[in-house]
Design a protein around this ligand. Structure first.
Ligand SMILES: [Zn+2]
Length: 405
């Protein structure tokens, strides 16, 4: 029932989804979350609804920030106020057409899922980059998915008419809807001729051919169902372009055909894994060898140096190799990417508590870190004073020599 005193917005996008310019009268001015907003007597702007985002564009030259469906009226939230009276609206064409492609493609894909796998559509979201479709399936195989995609793209190729018409609620039973309607009263039916019948208030292409390529990108299991990502039309072409160029670059690295690139990368990853293992073993052997060399050249139990060619990890590894080979105390300095590291280590057969070195070192450079009696690791931002810090630690150890137990 119409309430004659209440304002109503005529939805021009129901009548013609391709009409982007219109003239309207401002019926009411409101504010929405601090922004000015207007109700018009008619609008071509689609409001956020049914998983489809609102249209972009301008009213009286002012940017439309958001469009809301308040049942009887549509609220346009604006960047700035517009004068009362007549106003000219302009819907952004590329965004509108993109939404039409994604939404019409969704109807076709939903029906293809139902036809091929008896999978019912549970929800749809038209995203800024990718759209999603949740289907009532426990699982899906690649072969099944290919059949669904092929069926959907066959409907596109057949260039079927996409009709919209209104049916009173009491006669909706005569229309073979894919899903029962969520609304009451006069229902808007969108029919991809002879293929899919949906109750829907969105904007759609007039022929299935305009949807272009329909491509499912991937899926994940969610709430016991399967949620698919998909792209239609220009989005699918843009995605194909990016992936094709990326794959060609990868294939070029192997002088392989794009179809063989994945196998080449898998082989490379396996090679890398075994080389890493081998490199690890070699590093261990080298460190043991280095430790023996250093021990041979040492004049006492204390070994202290800045190691300019080693990473802190390598310095720590070397220190541990030395203290395991005899009764030694080691002070190594090594520079990492951000900070300098000081590694203080001693054999278990010695007794000095290396934590006593922390105040000694911190008198020379600011340090953070700590450790136990036989192993302390400190870091300092003062890379240029690393030599002085190592020397201070060495001097302390010389003055506090202990004998092996
Ligand atoms: Zn629709």
């Amino acid at each position: 029932m119409d309430k004659p005193m209440m304002p109503q917005t005529r939805r021009l996008y129901f009548e013609d989804a391709y009409s982007l310019e219109f003239e309207a009268v401002v019926l009411e001015k409101r504010t929405y979350e601090g922004s000015p907003a207007v109700v018009l007597d008619r609008t071509a702007f689609y409001p956020e609804s049914g998983g489809q985002p609102w249209d972009k564009g301008t009213l009286g030259g002012v940017e439309v920030l958001k469009v809301l469906d308040l049942d009887a009226v549509i609220l346009h939230v604006l960047r700035a106020d517009v004068p009362a009276g007549r106003v000219r609206g302009l819907v952004d064409g590329p965004t509108r057409f993109d939404h039409m492609q994604q939404h019409t493609g969704q109807h076709i894909l939903s029906q293809a899922f139902f036809e091929v796998l008896k999978g019912e559509t549970l929800s749809f979201h038209l995203g800024a980059d990718v759209s999603t479709l949740e289907i009532g399936l426990r699982a899906v195989s690649d072969a099944d998915l290919d059949r669904v995609e092929d069926r959907a793209n066959a409907i596109v190729r057949e260039d079927r008419e996409v009709k919209t018409y209104f049916v009173p609620e009491e006669r909706i039973g005569e229309v073979p809807l894919r899903r029962p309607p969520k609304k009451q009263g006069l229902l808007r039916v969108v029919e991809v001729a002879g293929f899919d019948y949906s109750a829907c208030g969105g904007t759609h292409c007039r022929r299935s051919g305009e949807v272009g390529l329909i491509k499912v990108l991937g899926y994940e299991k969610i709430r016991g169902n399967v949620r698919f990502d998909f792209l239609c039309g220009s989005r699918a072409v843009a995605d194909y372009r990016v992936k094709d160029r990326g794959l060609r670059r990868i294939a070029g690295l192997f002088s392989a055909a794009p179809k063989d690139a994945a196998a080449q990368v898998e082989k490379l990853a396996a090679d890398l894994k075994s080389l890493r293992k081998r490199s690890c073993r070699l590093e261990e052997r080298l460190a043991a060898f280095d430790a023996q060399e250093i021990i041979r050249g040492a004049s006492g139990r204390i070994i202290a140096a800045v190691l300019p060619d080693r990473t802190p990890e390598e310095a720590r590894f070397l220190a541990l190799n030395i203290i395991r080979s005899g009764a030694f105390a080691v002070v190594y300095g090594a520079t990492g990417e951000e900070q300098a590291h000081l590694i203080l280590a001693r054999s278990e057969s010695l007794t000095a508590d290396l934590r006593l070195l922390i105040p000694v070192v911190s008198a020379v450079v600011p340090v953070k870190g700590g450790g136990g009696p036989s192993l302390v690791e400190l870091v300092t931002p003062a890379k240029d004073k690393l030599g002085a810090a190592v020397e201070a630690a060495r001097a302390w150890l010389e003055a506090h020599q202990d004998e092996p137990r």
